[in-house]
Design a protein around this ligand. Structure first.
Ligand SMILES: NC(=O)c1ccc[n+]([C@@H]2O[C@H](COP(=O)([O-])OP(=O)(O)OC[C@H]3O[C@@H](n4cnc5c(N)ncnc54)[C@H](O)[C@@H]3O)[C@@H](O)[C@H]2O)c1
Length: 327
């Protein structure tokens, strides 16, 4: 039996495919390469270039492979872009997501893991953020993921689709083969590393007046390999218990923007000039997970997610592949 991984040519998807293969799993990848890289999918893995909303293609994949479950990474995932182009986010993440789910349900593929996000919480009422926290996203990206969560809940009740929606905090780090290569890049660590490589003159620090110890925003960074392992644990949980759930993936620890920059200076030895600028609208001060449920339900704890190891691994990947996947 095989696992269908959508978005498997992207950052977290490719690291998860790598981990699944290490465990001897059969994997099929569907990705339209809009933001992913063909080179990120290992040779020998069946690869389909196309959209998850292309029902004829999805039905063909389901006919050609014995798919028993699905990990659904494929989505657009930039907060700022979603504010400027909400239609594209709702069309791709929700419209295509629904078409895709319809094809899976029709073919009785009823185990599903969704890449959800802490962006569904918006400005959280409590930090660390438990799964029971009110969800009220501050941007179309977060809403698109929350809609998918609600759709899954309804499909479970009506059609028996069993799911785990994993609400990731900040994915970071690299494996020896797979790293973060987004164009454009909006995430902090790759941009700080670009400055360390001399590709950027400086790093903008958005907001230095937050109610945090050093005034900069605090985030919870999880190593991409730890995220990958959580997906495998979620699939095992579904196979064993058949119980749907919503689960945070974080460490429970947060690091400020300045701490990330300082750690990167230590790891790389580079000066990394910064420029302090105004807050970005809609950026909460602190997003840190209450990570206890993942441990209790999935038996998952992050093993590689200390900040220095995350940055060290990502730095090594950047040095090995200075142009990312465009070698
Ligand atoms: N990176 C993070 O910190 C983070 C945090 C929370 C949630 N997430 C979620 O995790 C998932 C993966 O994130 P990532 O950082 O690896 O992003 P990514 O852009 O690197 O990967 C997404 C992949 O999906 C593909 N894709 C997009 N829309 C598609 C469609 N309609 N049909 C087929 N393929 C499509 C892209 O080409 C890309 O390869 C996303 O769903 C994102 O919302 C990411």
């Amino acid at each position: 039996m095989a696992i269908l991984v959508t978005g498997g040519a992207g950052y977290i998807g490719s690291a998860t495919v790598e981990r699944l293969l290490e465990r001897g799993k059969q994997v099929v990848v569907l990705d339209d390469l809009y933001r992913g890289h063909r080179e990120a999918v290992p040779d020998g893995v069946p690869f389909y270039e196309g959209r998850v909303g292309d029902v004829a293609l999805v039905e063909r994949i389901l006919r050609e492979h014995p798919i028993e479950s699905c990990i659904h990474f494929a989505a657009l995932a930039y907060v700022g872009e979603s504010v400027n182009e909400p239609a594209r986010y709702f069309e791709r993440n929700v419209g295509e997501g629904m078409a895709f789910l319809g094809a899976l349900v029709k073919a009785r593929v009823l185990r599903f893991v969704l890449s959800s996000t802490c962006a569904t919480y918006g400005e959280p009422e409590t930090v660390p953020i438990p799964e029971t926290c009110r969800q009220w996203p501050k941007n179309p990206y977060g809403w698109s993921k929350l809609f998918m969560e609600q759709i899954l809940k309804s499909y479970d009740q009506a059609y028996g689709l069993k799911f785990v929606a994993l609400r990731y905090f900040n994915a970071a780090g690299a494996t020896a083969q797979h790293g973060e290569h987004h164009e454009p890049e909006s995430h902090l660590i790759p941009n700080v590393l670009a400055a360390a490589m001399g590709e950027r003159a400086e790093v903008s620090v958005f907001g230095t007046d937050y109610p945090t110890p050093d005034g900069t925003a605090v985030r919870d960074y999880v190593h991409v390999t730890d995220l990958a392992d959580a997906h495998i644990a979620a699939l095992e949980h579904l196979a064993k218990t058949g119980k749907s759930d919503f689960i945070n993936l974080g460490t429970g620890d947060g690091y400020s923007v300045l701490e990330v920059i300082e750690t990167t200076r230590k790891v790389t030895g580079a000066a990394i000039p910064i420029r302090k600028v105004a807050r970005r609208p809609g950026d909460p001060a602190k997003l840190v997970a209450d990570a206890r449920k993942a441990r209790a339900v999935l038996g998952w704890t992050p093993a590689k997610s200390d900040l220095a190891s995350i940055i060290q691994g990502q730095w090594e990947w950047r040095k090995k592949f200075p142009k990312g996947y465009c070698e």
